[in-house]
Design a protein around this ligand. Structure first.
Ligand code: NAD
Length: 329
């Protein structure tokens, strides 16, 4: 698509996301879809180019704001391809009567499982061990393994869960299998709700000072941006393991780097970063006690298929004027 070649489809995918065959076929029956392959909001706006055909935009990363709205006169809704929708200017859409939707819960299990994958990998140094064997070190060094190979267990550790929505709740369920003590903080949940989940309610400072491992599952909002800042990091249990699969900017990245360098935090496993893709010159990329993944928390085939099914259902409802299941109110 370009300014000269405006889309004639009702659904435009801003970026090149996974689209299941089944969902592609169903969207085709509803009038079709087009790929914008946009780099940013300005690019997306240019590619939509004022087309009266575009009714729904689906976006994983490309921001949708006034720039885009100005060039999409018939737009009815924007669907976030996933759970997070911090790249969509919800207020700007609201002012124009355009709906904002996400796909709640469809990728929660994938993210919760990754959080445990990262924890286990950090505690048992699986990533380092793999490299060690492949590079012939084991063969050279012999059967008595170096000290780093001795890890730690999740069993009966205290896990602090910040944010107990769709992902946080699944994290709690998995943690039960490791007999972990779970403490949680979520201002939208009352104590009774948390206790029913098997979670001890705690204020944030209390959670930080008592947890062996803290895992973040909050959306990026003005309230959560930088919630784990230098002051919060000073109050953590020494040697804390920090896991972030939510959004990078929830943590003050420079403060976290300092805390990792000083040893106040023992280790961090990060799927998300203040700026993505992570630059190889970022100090995190060169730290032994840090495990990195490229924002792949939601990326399982199962979650992808569920997400696509949700998008099809929502497009159908939006085109028929019915409220879609992921409507953000
Ligand atoms: P959700 O809306 O179901 O749950 C979020 C929870 O956070 C809610 O219960 C909310 O009350 C709570 N919360 C809000 N502000 C808080 C605060 N200040 N302190 C503590 N809790 C607070 O969302 P979800 O599906 O669980 O996803 C959470 C976030 O994870 C998403 O918004 C997204 O940014 C991120 N995410 C990342 C990936 C990935 O690929 N790494 C994939 C999916 C989601």
């Amino acid at each position: 698509m370009s300014d000269q070649n405006v889309p004639t489809a009702p659904v435009v995918f801003a970026d090149r996301v996974y689209l299941s065959e089944k969902a592609g076929a169903e969207l085709s029956r509803m009038g079709g879809y087009a790929w914008a392959d946009a780099g940013d909001a300005f690019d997306l706006a240019g590619k939509i180019g004022g087309s009266p055909d575009v009714k729904v935009i689906v976006t994983e990363y490309v921001p949708v704001d006034e720039t885009v709205l100005n060039r999409a006169p018939a737009l009815k809704a924007v669907i976030a391809y996933g759970a997070g929708y911090d790249h969509i200017d919800v207020q700007a859409l609201k002012r124009r009567g355009v709906l904002t939707c996400n796909c709640p819960g469809e990728n929660s299990q994938a993210v919760a499982e990754l959080a445990f994958g990262l924890m286990l990998c950090l505690l048992r140094r699986i990533h380092r061990a793999d490299q060690w064997v492949r590079s012939g070190e084991w063969y050279r060094e012999g059967l008595v393994l170096p000290r780093w190979a001795s890890g730690r267990e999740l069993w009966r550790k205290t896990l602090g869960v910040i944010g107990l929505g769709n992902i946080g709740v699944r994290v709690v369920r998995i943690a039960g299998g490791f007999d972990m003590k779970i403490i949680g903080y979520d201002p939208a949940k009352n104590d009774e709700q948390l206790i029913r989940l098997g979670v001890e309610p705690a204020a944030l400072p209390d959670l930080l000072s008592r947890s062996d491992i803290v895992t973040l599952h909050v959306p990026l909002t003005p309230d959560t941006e930088g919630m784990i800042d230098a002051a919060a990091l000073k109050s953590v249990k020494p040697g804390l393991i920090l896991v972030n699969t939510s959004r990078g900017r929830v943590i003050d990245e420079s403060a976290m780097i300092e805390a990792l360098q000083s040893g106040r935090i023992g280790a961090a496993a990060l799927d998300v970063f203040a700026s993505e893709p992570l630059s190889p010159s970022n100090p995190l990329a060169d730290m032994e006690n840090v495990l990195l993944s490229p924002h792949l928390g939601a990326l399982t085939r199962e979650a992808g298929d569920r997400l696509c099914d949700s998008i099809v259902r929502q497009v159908r409802d939006i085109l028929k004027g019915r409220p879609p299941e992921g409507l953000i109110r």
